[in-house]
Design a protein around this ligand. Structure first.
Ligand SMILES: C[S@@+](CC[C@H](N)C(=O)[O-])C[C@H]1O[C@@H](n2cnc3c(N)ncnc32)[C@H](O)[C@@H]1O
Length: 205
């Protein structure tokens, strides 16, 4: 199923079911992003807005995009319930409707995991494009803690990917090769699966 359709269907329950499981990783990712003291931040694949609402606590300008209209509604509600402000738009991570170097921080958690293999490098190239030189990007991806879990996960993924939200682990290290991004921190949070939180800075040419 297309991600926009799948996540439209998942939107009413996603925050309650997955929110607590991803909470620590999203909190850590936001912490790392705001550590760069941004004045503007973009989140790609906001889902129900857990990280976006945290991001919107600061004085910086916050923009969030997602392909799912239902997820964007959830995110809008969450942000406004907390009395915060963020601009939200329906947009594809591969064609971001923003000029080059428009943001000095970019966040994306648990989105790369569900993009098809040929879209992974183009998505990272879009992230690099909209990020200002010296700007910070934080990426969150899932990792599977041991071969047994990995085997079980991949078996389900091959039979019914939608049951896993279309997500499978991706090798971020390999994908970052060739991007104008310098690694400044790589962390792993252990849990039901391992969450990898990678912080990078855009290098100037
Ligand atoms: C697994 S959820 C993660 C949501 C949120 N980042 C979190 O950690 O809770 C992935 C989100 O990415 C969105 N998404 C999927 N493909 C996308 C794309 N090509 N561009 C933008 N958003 C996309 C989905 O609609 C969904 O809301």
């Amino acid at each position: 199923m297309r991600p926009s359709k799948l996540y439209d269907l998942l939107a009413p329950v996603y925050g309650r079911v997955m929110g607590p499981l991803l909470e620590e990783a999203n909190e850590r990712a936001v912490e790392r992003l705001v550590g760069g003291a941004p004045s503007s931040a973009l989140e790609i694949g906001v889902g129900p807005g857990a990280a976006l609402a945290e991001l919107a606590r600061g004085a910086w300008q916050v923009v969030g995009v997602d392909v799912s209209s239902a997820m964007l509604r959830e995110a809008r509600t969450r942000v406004s319930q907390q009395g915060k402000q963020a601009r939200l738009a329906r947009a594809d991570a591969l064609r971001l409707p923003f000029r080059a170097a428009a943001f000095d921080a970019v966040l994306s958690t648990f989105l790369l995991d569900l993009l098809p293999e040929p879209d992974l490098r183009p998505m990272l190239a879009e992230v690099s494009r909209v990020l200002a030189p010296g700007g910070r990007v934080v990426l969150g991806v899932l990792e599977l803690p041991n071969p047994l879990v990995a085997q079980a996960w991949m078996t389900v993924y091959r039979i019914a990917p939608d049951a896993l939200g279309g997500c499978r682990p991706v090798d971020l290290t390999r994908l970052l090769d060739g991007q104008p991004l310098r690694l400044i921190r790589d962390e792993r949070l252990d849990g039901w699966v391992t969450m990898r939180i990678t912080t990078l800075v855009k290098v100037t040419a």
